[in-house]
Design a protein around this ligand. Structure first.
Ligand SMILES: Cc1ncc(COP(=O)(O)O)c(C=O)c1O
Length: 392
């Protein structure tokens, strides 16, 4: 049987070689320190699990959710949280939509807006979901190169006018995966001006909004005057409350875009288990992630300070749980990843997997399973010092 040709548009899996080397290392019984995966290693707080248990015992939650945009327990809590956290009022009836995790929302937004020949503006480097789904929907992703010099913010003035005119979507993600970069309110204001000029919908992926360190609190693009006319923002409980497996998040912002995305989604999924919605709504209003953030901060400081002692000059990232590391002279992002894995038993992700402008970097994640208090991160630094030849 022949599969759809569009599947051939999915770019080759760049991490295949690394995945094979990882499997080989594990098969040999080597002790691997996995700084690759960006998935909180700590469990969901017990109080949220208790709420799920309680809600799951109510038969009302066992049925299809027939609400227009998601269980009101959840959406009302999201609206209250948005007001409290960002000082922005969103109407839970028209400006919020439940997502089955933000990945699902980002993917379906492409299908709701992109026709053959349309352009989506995507960051390079970036999380790959907007680019791949633009391709699958028949559109063309236009890469916005980002570099350390421009603080990993795209230069919107460098986008050719013809491209801007054909663009339907502008994808942003701050705090940013994989670089840990943050956006300023000035940048968001510039993006809103640009989107208004060219009639483009901005989708700002705010999955890491609550992963901030040293007092940093990420802004919402919806705090920008006029943003609601041209922007939606996706949020997620995955990283905030260690709930990646629960699959819950929401989109907030422009009511037309919310209705458009909902029109597509209501023909594809039937929302989320209402018990998950209720527990997630409770979490939005009552839970916090202070302990997990403390652990990430400890790991971040050990990793950044440890690598700096070996000759790097890294800044401590203010947000997201990644350290974005230039490779030493003589390495590519792939060859350095292989050296780390084969010689030191340390797994990182090659930056080139996030786009051409990720070449020259590797990403290490602070969500290290099995690490209680930074001791495994310290062990990773020790192994790099002992086993990786570096000449600056
Ligand atoms: C930038 C970014 N956006 C979205 C997601 C997906 O998160 P969710 O679990 O809400 O689908 C991830 C997950 O790694 C991510 O890194």
């Amino acid at each position: 049987m022949q599969r759809a040709k569009r599947l051939d548009l999915i770019p080759p899996y760049l991490f295949g070689e690394i995945a094979r080397a990882k499997a080989a290392a594990i098969a040999e019984g080597r002790d691997l320190i996995d700084l690759g995966i960006g998935d909180p290693d700590q469990p969901t707080p017990p109080a949220i699990i208790d709420k799920l248990y309680e809600a799951a015992r109510d038969p009302e939650t066992h049925r299809y959710d027939e609400s227009p945009a998601g269980d009101s327990c959840f959406l009302d809590a999201c609206a209250q949280w948005f007001e409290r956290r960002f000082g922005v009022t969103v109407d839970p009836k028209t400006e919020l939509l439940l997502l089955i995790g933000s990945k699902e929302g980002l993917a379906h937004l492409c299908w709701a807006y992109i026709d053959a020949g349309d352009i989506a503006l995507v960051q390079d480097p970036s999380y790959t979901v907007p680019k791949v789904n633009t391709l699958l929907a028949g559109g063309t992703p236009h890469s916005m190169p980002m570099t350390a010099e421009n603080k990993w913010l795209p230069d919107l003035s460098a986008i050719p006018t013809e491209v801007a005119k054909q663009a339907k979507l502008l994808f942003l993600n701050y705090p940013h995966n994989p670089t840990g970069a943050t956006a300023t309110p000035e940048f968001f204001a510039e993006a809103v001006r640009f989107a208004r000029e060219y009639d483009i919908l901005i989708c700002q992926d705010c999955a890491y909004s609550e992963v901030g360190f040293d007092g940093y609190q990420a802004p919402s693009i919806l705090q920008t005057p006029g943003a609601k006319e041209v922007a939606i923002e996706t949020h997620s409980l995955s990283k905030t409350f260690n709930m990646t497996g629960w699959r819950i998040g929401f989109a907030a912002g422009n009511p037309d875009a919310i209705a458009t995305l909902n029109r597509l989604k209501s023909n594809i999924d039937s929302k989320q288990f209402a018990a998950v919605d209720r527990a997630a709504g409770w979490a939005m209003l009552h839970a916090n992630n202070d302990q997990t953030l403390d652990l990430y901060r400890r790991r971040r400081d050990i990793l950044v300070d440890g690598l700096n002692a070996l000759g790097w000059s890294l800044e401590r990232p203010k947000a997201a749980f990644y350290v974005w590391i230039p490779v030493p002279p003589g390495y590519t992002s792939m060859s350095f990843t292989k050296a780390l894995l084969e010689q030191a038993g340390v797994l990182a992700i090659p930056g080139v997997g996030y786009g051409d402008h990720g070449e020259g970097y590797v990403r290490m994640s602070l969500t290290l399973a099995g690490d209680r208090n930074g001791e495994r991160v310290q062990e990773a630094v020790n192994r790099i010092r002992e086993h990786i030849p570096i000449r600056w």
